[in-house]
Design a protein around this ligand. Sequence first.
Ligand code: HEC
Ligand code: HEC
Ligand code: HEC
Ligand code: HEC
Length: 486
Amino acid sequence: MSKQYNAFCSSRRTFALLAGILIAAVFSWVPAERLGASTTPIKRPDQIVILSTTDVKGKTSPCGCHIPKGGFSRRAAFADSLRSEYAQMVIVDCGGWFPEGDEEYMEVAAFQADELARSGADAVGIGSRELRYGLGFLRAVLAHSHAPAVSANLVDRTTGRLVLPPYRIVKAGGVTVGIFSLLSEHMDRGPARDSLTITDPLDAAHRAVGEMRARGATVIVLLANTGKVDAEDLVTSIDGVDALVAGWNVPLLQRGRTVKGTVTNYGGEQGYYVGVTHLVLGPDLRVTSGDNMTYVLGPEIPEKTEVLARVKAFEDAFDDHQRERQKERAAAAAAAAGETNETPSHYVGAEVCGRCHAKQYAQWQGTAHARSWRSLVDQKKESLPECLTCHVTGYQKPGGFATAADAGRLGGVQCESCHGMGTEHDSWPARNTVVAEATCRGCHDEANSPEFKFDVFRPHVLHETPAVLPPLPARAKSPTIPGANH
Ligand code: HEC
Ligand code: HEC
Ligand code: HEC
Ligand code: HEC
């Protein structure tokens, strides 16, 4: 374990906090005696720390299911804790912070920019996701938020000029830091593709690094929206980049590497994680060495109250807007169905099934599936398409759940979620229906139900409960942290 990391853990409080958030899998523990040894230096003038995120994909709060990770409020608490140890710190986001949804999610993109700016981000990179709603929208969002966006190779084709400042030079304590961002030439440029050019990243990097050095920057950080391989190629081909944050489909690595003198970070997506890069400075404030770790923002991290309040207010309003849109969509769908007068296969709702299958109905009502609409309401996420697909029956399908008004009839994971549309009923007994594992996995996927095992979960949904039930994994508990008893 490095000296810097040891220093990072110099206070008991920070230590306890960080102990909880290291990714459990590949973690080697700090020997206790070394902890006691370094309690005095607090503000570390010999180091600079870079706190980074990448590919947040519009995520604003911890994910809904299983072990909730991430969110702005935890990121803010983490940043505060780090800042209490290190006077010299910069906050960056590599890029890819726009959501992946359609136009309905544009307000999430705007909120991301506002929060990035409020979080004190020193520089924000631009990836392909930020171009997906067009250049005009991006410009408006940046103007409104004052988020410090940079991009050294995104060029307006008509004027031949850069769309954004290529880099930012910021002061962190006594250190002058230059931060620039690049896009891969292969990126989709979104609806503005005809008016945008992405120039050669290597040329742009040479120019940006030269200019920043000339303007006194002794520490240079690259935010590369290029994928892992191209990012590593870039820092091998240019001198003078001290730290790299690699974004765009980059697999998470708990520890960064040093690639030809550049400390690299592969930080994971969706705001679930933060990268922490320590750079050790020589007397001339140039970087002599460094290392990088990625931390998961798990339930152990406190949520900064004021940020939490802002996020909650935004999300509640967003949920309300989605409900309005849902109604409009449902009305349009009803009108379209009325025109064609098509009534093929459709959903009928559990109550109808219960009329003949009273025993199964009674058993089902006692299951988590019957409550799954409630779980969304409790979090005020009951209008978000991204949650509804798995928590109600037949979302946006014929006869299925369309708006909150359908909750009584189609809320929850019902009979038809497993057995199929009720109108197909006549074919089932002949087929001797078996609910396939794949049906469960349509919802019990890696992200939302990572511990799903068919053999263990299936007995819990059978309508005749077996005498011996294999225990389900504990829900939404903190991940098991080796050595967390320190
Ligand atoms: C009008 C009464 C009635 C209604 C309503 C009804 N069922 Fe049935 N269901 C039956 C009968 C009768 C059978 C055939 C039972 C048999 O042959 O053992 C059957 C068979 C089934 C089977 C197959 C059982 C097997 O042995 O493979 C399933 C599954 C099933 N129903 C589910 C549903 C679901 C889900 C709904 C609601 C969408 C529903 N049923 C609505 C009467 C009904
Ligand atoms: C349409 C999506 C969907 C399908 C299909 C589905 N589930 Fe689920 N399941 C859920 C949701 C959502 C929950 C969480 C409900 C809640 O508490 O809000 C859940 C919860 C459960 C639970 C309770 C877990 C716990 O920790 O309490 C079990 C057990 C389960 N499902 C088993 C199954 C099995 C077995 C299948 C296939 C035969 C299946 N599910 C199919 C969505 C689905
Ligand atoms: C791909 C399907 C899927 C999506 C999308 C999904 N969920 Fe779930 N959710 C599940 C399943 C499956 C479970 C049960 C997990 C388990 O027990 O293994 C679950 C469980 C939950 C629970 C119960 C957790 C607990 O411990 O009580 C909540 C709350 C929840 N989801 C909220 C949400 C919210 C909010 C969203 C949208 C942001 C969402 N879910 C999106 C499938 C999904
Ligand atoms: C989570 C998935 C799931 C849900 C939800 C579900 N079932 Fe089933 N159902 C099963 C499984 C699993 C079986 C056992 C046979 C099999 O493996 O397909 C089964 C079997 C049945 C059978 C055959 C007789 C029996 O009891 O085994 C009927 C009838 C039936 N279900 C009706 C219903 C009705 C009615 C509802 C809603 C009130 C419902 N099911 C909800 C998964 C589900």
